[in-house]
Design a protein around this ligand. Structure first.
Ligand code: FE
Length: 287
């Protein structure tokens, strides 16, 4: 079968910002209305050894209409929601939360010193799923399969199915309608990785250590590199050990209207979400 290689189409640089009660982070996807890649709405990277950058955390706040995926590389976060659910995310673990109709939650560091590093990704839901009940999937580090590469590198498969170098694994996340692929990759200096991706799904890489070369272009550190269409991507490290995320998903193709933590299809639906939040009915199923 003819293989169509994906190229680097555009770069979305991670911009310094803060969110929650003053957590410092780098926002690439989601840093502006044109910096999205359907179905992906936002990607934040947080990384600091200075508690002042993360200690205030994210006190109670709402979400409606999408999934949030928190992947912690280093640190310990405590999650609590309006229903009294408590969860812990520790180094190497993932929380996959479907906000659906509504969640009010807090995401707070459960440490007073040391390194806090990780990502929060927002994945949109199609209109028919935006008002479904909230749910959580907590994934422990040992539930995330790892493929060791011939180069000495590795690929962690958080979501999706992956076959590389003749080895196949299934990630722990299934049944998401946008069919997301979420990989965390390490490549030693001067090494390559080839990954098969579904032809028309949107895909991007996010580099968080080193730089990644795709074709004759390079994705800079702390940047999202949006890929063109194709069924395969070839990624290379340069002269240093490189770490990056590779994300892909099926585009939804619906209008996106966002107001802060509410992402709906129309302005009226966003206004309804704001009203529901003010009335205390954001998270309640209709009578
Ligand atoms: Fe949140």
């Amino acid at each position: 079968m003819h293989s169509q290689l994906r190229n680097l189409q555009r770069e979305i640089t991670g911009l310094s910002t803060s969110d929650g009660a003053g957590v410092k982070l780098l926002r690439s996807l989601g840093s502006g209305p044109h910096a999205r890649l359907d179905p992906f709405l936002m990607l934040d990277e947080f990384s600091s050894v200075n508690p002042g950058d993360y200690i205030a955390g994210f006190p109670p706040h709402p979400h409606r209409g999408f999934d949030t995926v928190t992947y912690l590389l280093d640190g310990h976060m405590r999650h609590e929601d309006h229903m009294g659910n408590v969860g812990h995310i520790q180094s190497g673990g993932v929380q996959w939360m479907t906000a659906g109709r509504g969640v009010i939650h807090s995401e707070m560091p459960e440490q007073v010193e040391g390194r806090m590093r990780g990502f929060q990704l927002w994945i949109n839901l199609p209109a028919r799923e935006k008002m479904k009940p909230a749910c959580y999937r907590d994934i422990q580090p040992d539930q995330i399969p790892v493929i060791t590469l011939a180069s000495g590198g590795f690929v962690k498969v958080i979501a999706g199915d992956l076959t590389v170098e003749g080895k196949s694994v299934q990630g722990p996340i299934h049944g998401v309608s946008t069919e997301p692929v979420y990989l965390d990759v390490m490549l030693p200096p001067h090494s390559q990785l080839s990954v098969d991706l579904t032809l028309n799904h949107h895909a991007f890489v996010y580099t968080y250590e080193g730089k990644v070369q795709i074709g004759d272009r390079v994705v800079n550190n702390h940047s999202a590199g949006v890929l063109s269409d194709g069924d395969r991507v070839e990624l290379s490290s340069l002269d240093q050990e490189t770490r990056f995320l590779l994300l892909a998903g099926k585009p939804i193709g619906e209008p996106v209207v966002q107001y802060g933590p509410f992402v709906m299809n129309t302005r009226a639906e966003v206004e309804q979400a704001v009203m529901d939040y003010q009335n205390g009915t954001l998270t309640q199923a209709p009578a």
